[in-house]
Design a protein around this ligand. Structure first.
Ligand SMILES: Cc1ncc(C[n+]2csc(CCOP(=O)(O)OP(=O)(O)O)c2C)c(N)n1
Ligand SMILES: [Mg+2]
Length: 692
């Protein structure tokens, strides 16, 4: 092995800083007895160069809006990030976006890497550690999210920059391993980024030929560089991951490149410097062991027995590099922004609102109200009208579909809405192509950039997007996932297109708000609720077919949506003996059944329950008022898996739902076949009450 110092012409402080990142990573993983030392050892020079020499990032203010973004898509290498956040003395920010004046990651955090409450957890976690731009760990998500961040920068620049005022001109860097390159989501995202010519985006591919099972030749033999050239990316190669001058040169080339994103293929050696573990899969995810650590430190010219050592001069070296450069850039930007504020107060105020995730005044003006109509209107149609209103009221509200715009009704059709393309970065209609998974991640990237994004596809394909939805919730982002064709409404398409288990599966994601509104006014109220969320994503599940618009002079107002479930129609004296609980298209089935039961002298109540999640946020008193514990005869009606409904119908209740896949037939016949008809509801109600 060539000693590090001979391979490159760097000053001692550069090398000292790089080896500090390496040894902190090795020591932390050893101490935790778990983690991933090899990649931080290999990529320390890259991360050092990017942070200390290239990135515009102010450690004193890690949320400065025009900072360069850094995404560690190979999240298992988190010690890279914890080391560099520590060495740059990046400050922590609290949830209200105010600086709180202490270090984001302390040396003690690193000493307790992966332990409870440590700010150096196993993988990068947005919202838990300041300086983390997005949560990573599920491979491929980070790079796909970075595409959303790059789209956001282009959009923000188009909206806000003015001659002499480059308010948004930041760049997005993402580091990815073989795993990110193998995952489909990475390919989808790269294809989209190439199409959009996102020249503000630079991915660095850690080409070490190692994954968990060994050499990549067992499963991965394509030419990645050629693939990216075909996507329309600029591809650069650095054949020695220790050559920080070449790394810097490539990063600068990427910065000066126009019209395409850049991939830097960086040939590296996992576990660099370890005499017995370098270039092996063991270096990926196991502690090196005390003996090997000693030998490796000897290779680095490091005191063998020192642990968690930050040599004199290293903090200062980062302070002289990224510290000064970042502070100057931010200071200049702040001055620029103050001048901008006096010249363009309205635009500046928009930026303020966005940063705090606040909505502009009048954000909900002109939202439609729908009058009673037995023929009704489809959930997706209403959604399309609402989206067009919201997008005009909220400048930074934008989105699109994964090629199903005409079916999802998500197209923004008002004058000037525009279509986002390389040559039209101000467009508010995004075209994701048939790439649901990366659409989800791109939405997250947009939301992380403080835009309010929505993305749509058929509900059945929420499966293709689910990992990104889950991360959205984990990150507490206000992202809106619009799904149409919510159940068997596209009957003839058959079981491949009929969701069954999807509601249950999304309801199971912690923090996610899932809503299935029952008529036009419930759709409007669902959007009104969603838009006011600042730290939660929402899933909106909408019908393809028209749903009767309920007569709200007769039944309770749709504002009840904001409570998750509400008494829509009640028994005389609000004294029910049976409760019908329904969502979406089954609400009107329940109402029909209810009217028949009343006519037969049965005291029924209908509860419209568009959202389990929101209902669970209500007080126990409210919940008991909607579902009184003493009324045990209950029927839930939902064209989806029965899974989970026991909690609301109780041991004596019944669920009219799905326990099989659907079938290919016209909707009416499917409703008959699977029993979503008022007559079945009334029959079961009478059976439950023993009045058959
Ligand atoms: C979607 C997903 N699948 C599987 C894993 C488990 N996993 C973590 S790291 C890894 C291997 C990654 O290899 P590579 O990206 O080359 O990283 P390196 O070992 O080179 O650092 C795997 C399979 C994961 N984190 N995410
Ligand atoms: Mg690898």
């Amino acid at each position: 092995m060539t000693p590090v110092a001979e391979t490159i012409t760097i000053t001692d402080l550069d090398q000292l800083s790089i080896n500090t990142i390496r040894t902190l990573s090795m020591d932390a993983v050893q101490q935790a007895k778990s983690g991933h030392p090899g990649t931080p050892m290999a990529l320390a020079p890259l991360v050092y160069t990017l942070w200390n020499r290239v990135m515009r990032f102010d450690p004193q203010n890690p949320i400065w809006p025009n900072r360069d973004r850094f995404v560690l898509s190979n999240g298992h290498a988190s010690m890279l990030l914890w080391s560099v956040l520590h060495l740059t003395r990046t400050q922590a920010v609290n949830a209200d976006y105010e600086k709180v004046g202490h270090a984001s990651v302390t040396l003690d955090d690193i000493r307790s890497f992966r332990q409870r409450d440590s700010k150096a957890p196993g993988h990068p976690e947005y919202h838990w550690v300041s300086g983390v731009e997005t949560t990573t760990g599920p491979l491929g998500q980070g790079i796909a999210t970075s595409v959303g961040m790059a789209i956001a920068q282009k959009w923000l620049a188009n909206r806000f920059n003015r001659p002499g005022f480059p308010i948004f001109d930041y760049r997005v860097y993402a580091v990815a391993g073989d795993g990110c390159m193998m995952e489909g989501i990475g390919s989808e995202a790269a294809s989209l980024a190439g199409h959009l010519g996102l020249d503000n985006l630079c991915w660095i591919y850690d080409n070490n030929h190692i994954t968990i099972e060994g050499h990549t030749s067992i499963a991965f033999s394509e030419d990645v560089a050629m693939r990216f050239l075909a996507y329309g990316w600029r591809v650069l190669r650095v054949s020695d991951a220790n050559d920080i001058e070449r790394i810097q040169h490539s990063l600068e080339k990427s910065r000066n490149n126009t019209g395409s994103p850049t991939l830097i293929v960086l040939d590296s050696h996992i576990g660099y410097g370890s005499p017995h573990k370098q270039d092996t899969a063991e270096a990926h995810g196991e502690p090196l062991g005390d003996d090997e650590i000693r030998l490796t430190k000897r290779t680095y010219g490091w005191p063998e027995d020192a642990k968690f050592l930050v040599p004199d001069g290293v903090y200062e070296h980062f302070e002289d590099g990224i510290g000064k450069r970042g502070a100057n850039a931010r200071e200049e930007w702040s001055q620029l922004f103050e001048a901008y504020r006096s010249q363009y107060p309205d635009l500046a105020s928009e930026i303020d609102h966005m940063q705090r995730r606040e909505l502009p005044d009048g954000w909900d003006r002109n939202l439609p109200v729908f009058l009673a109509d037995p023929k009704g209107i489809a959930g997706r149609e209403v959604s399309g009208k609402v989206l067009n209103v919201l997008a005009q009221n909220i400048p930074w509200f934008l989105g699109g579909s994964a090629d199903l715009g005409p079916s999802n009704k998500t197209l923004l059709t008002y004058e000037g809405a525009g279509h986002f393309q390389a040559n039209n970065p101000g467009g508010k209609n995004l075209h994701f192509g048939i790439r649901e998974h990366s659409m989800g991640a791109v939405l997250n990237g947009l939301a992380l950039s403080k835009l309010r994004p929505y993305g749509a596809t058929f509900f059945i394909f929420s499966d293709y997007e689910r990992p990104a939805i889950r991360l959205s919730s984990l990150m507490e982002l206000p992202t809106t996932f619009v799904f149409t064709h919510d159940a068997m409404g596209d009957g003839e398409d058959g079981p491949t297109h009929q969701p069954v288990e999807h509601l249950a599966s999304l309801r199971a994601i912690p923090g996610l708000v899932t809503l299935r509104p029952g008529d036009a006014n419930e759709v409007v109220e669902a959007y009104r609720y969603i838009l006011q969320l600042r730290h939660q994503p929402a899933v909106l599940v909408l019908s393809r077919q028209p749903l009767p618009t309920l007569d709200r002079t007769r039944y309770a107002p749709a504002t009840g949506v904001a409570r998750g479930a509400y008494v829509l129609a009640d028994a005389p004296g609000a004294n029910p003996e049976i409760i019908l609980i329904a969502t979406g298209s089954e609400v009107s089935v329940a109402v029909d059944a209810h009217e028949k039961l009343l006519a037969d002298g049965i005291r029924s109540r209908v509860v419209s329950m568009p959202s389990w999640d929101i209902f669970e946020y209500q007080t126990p008193e409210y919940r008991a008022s909607v579902l009184p514990p003493n009324v045990e005869a209950r029927i839930a009606i939902e064209q989806a898996s029965t899974f989970g409904w026991e909690r609301y119908v109780g041991p004596k209740g019944r669920v009219i739902g799905m326990t099989t896949f659907g079938a290919s037939a016209p909707l009416k016949e499917l409703q008959r076949k699977f029993g979503f008809e008022p007559a079945r509801v009334t029959a079961i109600a009478k059976e439950l009450l023993g009045r058959g």
